[in-house]
Design a binder for this molecule. Structure first.
Ligand code: SF4
Ligand code: SF4
Length: 122
């Protein structure tokens, strides 16, 4: 019998258990909003559930791009792999120091708020 080809073999696993960031990450995921289709393929791969659509008013698009809630990102880059393998190429990986300098955002050891879905008991 012919071996079944697994189209999804190289793709990471979607997350079935959420976690909270415990320390400052080495990297930060930054969505290139001009390139993001808003498909949300990356969302279920994020272990901290920190990828959200940008407010609709920002671009006035029916399907807005997504953004990362930076304080929750643990820098695992699972989102980047999912986007590149399954959707597009809209997520950039920044070393944390470069991210903080470039965007003027300081990242904490732990998030100041709980992971949104965990806080909601999801
Ligand atoms: S998978 Fe890529 S293109 Fe789709 S929403 Fe995520 S970042 Fe945007
Ligand atoms: S790098 Fe990891 S934690 Fe950060 S947004 Fe991407 S999937 Fe989520």
């Amino acid at each position: 019998m012919a071996k079944k080809f697994d189209h999804y073999k190289k793709v990471g696993r979607v997350v079935d258990k959420l976690a909270a960031k415990k320390k400052r990450p080495k990297f930060m995921a930054v969505i290139d909003e001009d390139n993001c289709t808003g498909c949300q393929v990356c969302v279920p791969f994020c272990p901290t559930d920190c990828i959200r659509p940008v407010p609709q008013a920002k671009y006035g698009l029916p399907i807005p791009p997504v953004q990362v809630i930076y304080d929750h990102c643990m820098g695992c880059m699972a989102c980047q792999k999912a986007c590149a393998d399954l959707a597009w190429d809209a997520i950039r990986k920044f070393p944390l120091a470069e991210f903080e300098t470039r965007f003027g955002i300081e990242i904490n050891d732990k998030p100041t708020d709980p992971v949104p879905a965990l806080a909601a008991g999801i």
